[in-house]
Design a protein around this ligand. Structure first.
Ligand code: 13P
Length: 249
């Protein structure tokens, strides 16, 4: 089965609802008819407005986090069901910024992944090594820990999207070289093959993320293991994001 590429924007903490709607209106005609799946993962409070703005277009909606409990006393949190009611399809889980600044662990990643899946959301699970881990030759060790613990008890690997985001490449302008990203994503696929089954690993989509932009997307997307991108900074400008979505043009 050929894997359909998926380009997703991660707006992070950018764009008020009205700024976001403007961006979507500009983006819609630019990405119409794209051959890949397109999504924007927006701040939670923007979701109602963006859900309306993307209606009738090929842009799918994503969130940037989800709580693992169905409901209850978790002040400030948002459940999968709340996302689902607005037609959210994707949810980023375990982004390195959440791991670094908000105490996210492999264990909480795992709980969120299972909760998202049972609510019918597609998790975009982020993994990636720090610069010091890479330099110490510990990339594979970090990734296989994040995968085996973060994806524990996942019933169907193919319902996930994985994003490989080397932490040293996020927001730094320093991209992994296409060959480097391809090789690491290949090793992620191998690990997934052992944890789940080789065929599931072959079918699961794995994105690259980290300073991906209009200039480097073609070379990255030309690599056989790379099935898409999770785009931060470059997803905040419609022409830039659209150029990435149209990497094959
Ligand atoms: P940048 O594209 O800004 O490097 O961010 C990548 C990222 O963290 C996407 O989730």
């Amino acid at each position: 089965m050929a894997r359909k590429p998926i380009i997703a924007g991660n707006w992070k903490m950018n764009n008020t609802a009205s700024e976001g709607v403007k961006l979507i209106e500009e983006l819609k005609p630019l990405v119409e008819g794209a051959s890949c799946d397109v999504a924007v993962c927006v701040p939670a409070i923007d979701i109602p407005a963006i859900a309306q703005a993307v209606q009738g277009s090929n842009i799918r909606l994503g969130a940037q986090n989800v709580h693992f409990a169905e409901k209850g006393a978790f002040t400030g949190e948002i459940s999968a069901k709340m996302l689902q009611e607005y037609g959210v399809d994707y949810v980023i889980i375990g982004h390195s910024e959440r791991r670094q600044y908000f105490g996210e662990t492999d264990e909480t990643v795992n709980k969120r992944v299972l909760a998202a899946l049972s609510a019918g959301l597609t998790p975009i699970v982020c993994v990636g090594e720090t610069l010091s881990e890479r330099e110490a030759g510990k990339t594979e060790q970090t990734l296989s820990r994040e995968l085996s613990e973060g994806l524990r008890n996942v019933p169907d690997l193919e319902k996930l999207v994985i994003a490989y985001e080397p932490i040293w490449a996020i927001g730094t302008g320093r991209t992994a070289s296409p060959e480097q990203a391809n090789e690491t994503i290949g090793s992620i696929r191998e690990t997934l093959g052992k944890l789940f089954c080789p065929r599931c690993a072959e079918n699961v989509r794995i994105q690259y993320g980290g300073s991906m932009n209009a200039g480097n997307c073609k070379a990255l997307m030309a690599q056989p293991e790379i099935d898409g991108g999770l785009i931060g900074g470059a997803s905040l400008k419609a022409p830039d994001f659209a150029a990435i979505v149209r990497f094959d043009k």
